[in-house]
Design a protein around this ligand. Structure first.
Ligand SMILES: [Zn+2]
Length: 383
């Protein structure tokens, strides 16, 4: 007996309920038979998902997307037009009566050769995928059992890259890889059944753990707002509206990044799409300025650049207490922003063993900030 929809639910919950594998809403899973792909729908956390959390997709219609010509230009208008067309075709590939919104990585799930596929963004694995020496160390450790996919736009472009990588592998006489490692993103693992996938993930985790030369120290903790708390709350409301929530965190691994804007670069940049979705396109470095007086104008400049206010603002020693102001609209969004800031600290620490952290280039960050599907995901998870 091969895998079935039940196995998909079981394996999704197994990974989804362990923070070692899943942080916030990141990751998606699928099961396929000859005709139908069941892929995680947006808005259903893996930890508690049941059969109702998967969108049913017509595999034949998804395959036709590869024969369709989309705008190939690299300018913003062509990219936006292509993404709109692909999204429309993907939505049209749902089975009759299907209302749920399939994962942004649906095309990719459909083309992978295994019945069960689990795609995750694990913290330790992202230490490797966000490492300067990630590609060479991946080859050194896993050889041809891995396939390294250089950083690229998620969704259609990523699926296209992996599709041609798999074609090249089979032309070279290689089997399907155990690990498809996506730079600045995560990993895809497939198998005949749940045990095979769990075994592959266990081996991945153990192997990387054995390579670590530095492990994350303590995480920053919540502390009273520094300085004029009422003034800070007014700025936060100005930025995030009436539902604004504000928190100050300080200490631990965060201290390593607060000396000056150069030291802060790993935090003012972005490591993966998840970090952008939940804690914004990089932190604002306010440095030694007085936050009650200068936060507002610095945030306006940030809004001018990114079109949204900063979730994370870094203060250094000169401001009195070094730390990070985390702000967002609503309790849940604030919790996710803090969670992903801490995750950035952990990924950066793990990446020390893989050449140090390497962030995404600004055009890619901008693509994700403007990408309708990720904005949808962010809205769904902030309630
Ligand atoms: Zn992903």
């Amino acid at each position: 007996m091969g895998a079935n929809l039940n196995d998909l639910v079981t394996v999704s919950r197994y990974f989804g309920s362990d923070p070692k594998w899943v942080v916030a809403g990141g990751g998606n899973t699928s099961f396929k038979d000859d005709d139908v792909l069941y892929v995680k729908a947006s808005g259903f956390p893996l930890a508690t998902i049941d059969e109702g959390g998967f969108a049913r997709m017509d595999r034949g219609k998804l395959a036709v997307i590869w024969d369709t010509e989309y705008p190939s230009g690299k300018d913003a208008a062509a990219v936006a037009e292509r993404e709109k067309m692909v999204l429309a075709d993907m939505m049209a590939a749902r089975m009759p009566g299907e209302e749920r919104r399939p994962s942004v990585e649906t095309l990719l799930h459909n083309l992978l050769p295994w019945p069960l596929v689990v795609h995750l963004h694990p913290t330790l694995v992202n230490g490797l995928t966000c490492g300067v020496r990630g590609p060479e160390i991946a080859v050194e450790i896993f050889g041809d059992t891995q396939e390294w996919i250089p950083v690229c736009n998620p969704g259609y472009v990523l699926a296209k890259h992996i599709r041609s990588a798999l074609v090249h592998r089979s032309a070279r006489g290689l089997d399907s890889p155990d690990y498809i490692l996506l730079a600045n993103h995560g990993v895809f693992v497939g198998g005949r059944d749940a045990e095979e996938i769990q075994g592959k993930y266990r081996r991945l985790h153990e192997t990387l753990k054995n390579r670590l030369v530095y492990r994350p120290g303590t995480m920053p903790v919540t502390a009273p707002l520094p300085g004029d708390a009422e003034a800070l709350k007014r700025v936060a409301s100005g930025l995030f509206g009436d539902s604004a929530k504000l928190e100050f965190i300080t200490g631990g691994e965060l201290d390593r990044y607060l000396a000056d804007d150069e030291a802060a670069a790993p935090l003012t940049g972005s490591l993966t799409p998840d970090h952008i979705v939940y804690s914004g396109p990089g932190a604002l470095f306010l440095g030694a300025k007085n936050p009650a007086e200068d936060w507002s104008s610095a945030a306006e400049a940030y809004i001018g650049k990114w079109g949204k206010p900063p979730n994370i603002t870094l203060l250094n020693n000169g401001s009195g207490i070094p730390g990070a102001l985390a702000a967002a609209a609503g309790r849940k969004a604030l919790g996710n922003a803090v969670l992903l800031l801490k995750n950035t600290l952990e990924v950066c620490a793990f990446s020390e063993s893989f050449g140090g952290p390497l962030g995404m280039e600004e055009p890619l960050v901008r693509f994700i900030v403007n990408w309708e599907v990720e904005n949808y995901r962010s809205r769904m998870t902030s309630g």
